[in-house]
Design a protein around this ligand. Structure first.
Ligand code: NAP
Length: 251
């Protein structure tokens, strides 16, 4: 089930956290993996670890997703190495909290450029290759902060809501090329990004009280949903966002 043998997958922001968990899951299912992130050495070491652990081809390619030049080069190098691109996972993202009244224009631009423009740039470049083969799976990691408000995170909430509707729009345009476009919206997942929330026991316990499953999620929880969406079993699913949050947003 959900076999990815011979598929070629690029995962952005994959040197650690959710992205690394996704890359591991796709490699386990048979895919050849491109680990992309902003530091070449870290990409190389994550790729080497995955290649050894799952006996798959895995390479690292540095790419700042907010740079069109670097994104184009990421896709070009992937195709040079593997001959095609089947799967793109837009995972790279940044999060920080600041009250709205303290927000600067630079803060706003930085978050939107990485979190939303990055998804547009990577998806467009990847789709150009996928169209050639009339096959493709694009999954973007949004957030429940794109569905409900989250305090002191104006640009983050806006960027993640933008991903959810960009997903619908791209799904419509790319359907004729047999390309599926979907999104996964995580709740609280334990990664370096959320370490400060989990270490603050008072805030953490308060958050857990609002989550019916009464636990934080792990990168594997998100990777399992992505694995389904990039598989052929999900061919008829497009433009959707699967919420993976232990029930946080249902009450
Ligand atoms: P993480 O541990 O911080 O990993 C994100 C990775 O993306 C980091 O390696 C980061 O590098 C990299 N990155 C940052 N800017 C980049 C850029 N411009 N180009 C390429 N890579 C870049 O975060 P995570 O928790 O795994 O989050 C992964 C995704 O899930 C993000 O989109 C996040 O918004 C989303 N998400 C996470 C949670 C959660 O609870 N963890 C919840 C909802 C959504 P640096 O560390 O060097 O910046």
């Amino acid at each position: 089930m959900f076999d990815l043998n011979d598929k070629v997958a690029v995962v952005t922001g994959a040197r650690r956290g959710i992205g690394k968990g996704i890359a591991e899951k796709l490699a386990e299912a048979g895919a050849k993996i491109v680990i992309s992130d902003i530091d070449q050495e870290e990409c190389d070491s994550a790729a080497a670890e995955i290649a050894e652990r799952f006996s798959r081809e895995a390479i690292g390619i540095k790419c700042d997703v907010s740079s069109k030049e670097e994104v184009d080069s990421l896709i070009q190098k992937t195709v040079e190495r593997f001959g095609k691109l089947d799967i793109l996972v837009n995972n790279a993202g940044i999060f920080f909290q600041k009250p709205l009244m303290d927000y600067t224009e630079e803060d706003w631009d930085k978050v939107l450029q990485v979190n939303l423009k990055g998804v547009y740039l990577c998806s467009q470049a990847a789709a150009r290759e996928m169209i050639k083969n009339s096959y493709g799976k694009i999954v973007s990691v949004s957030s429940i902060a794109g569905i409900i408000g989250y305090p002191d995170a104006a640009a983050y909430c806006a960027s993640k809501a933008g991903i959810i509707n960009l997903t619908r729009e791209m799904a419509i345009e790319l359907a004729k090329h047999k390309i599926n476009v979907n999104s996964v919206a995580p709740g609280l997942i334990e990664t370096p990004m959320t370490q400060h929330i989990i270490e603050d026991q008072e805030q953490f316990q308060k958050t857990l009280a609002g989550i019916p499953w009464n636990r934080q999620g792990h990168p594997s929880d998100i990777a399992n949903a992505v694995h389904y969406l990039v598989s052929d079993e999900a061919d008829y699913v497009t433009g959707q966002t699967i919420v993976v949050d232990g029930g946080w947003t249902i009450q």
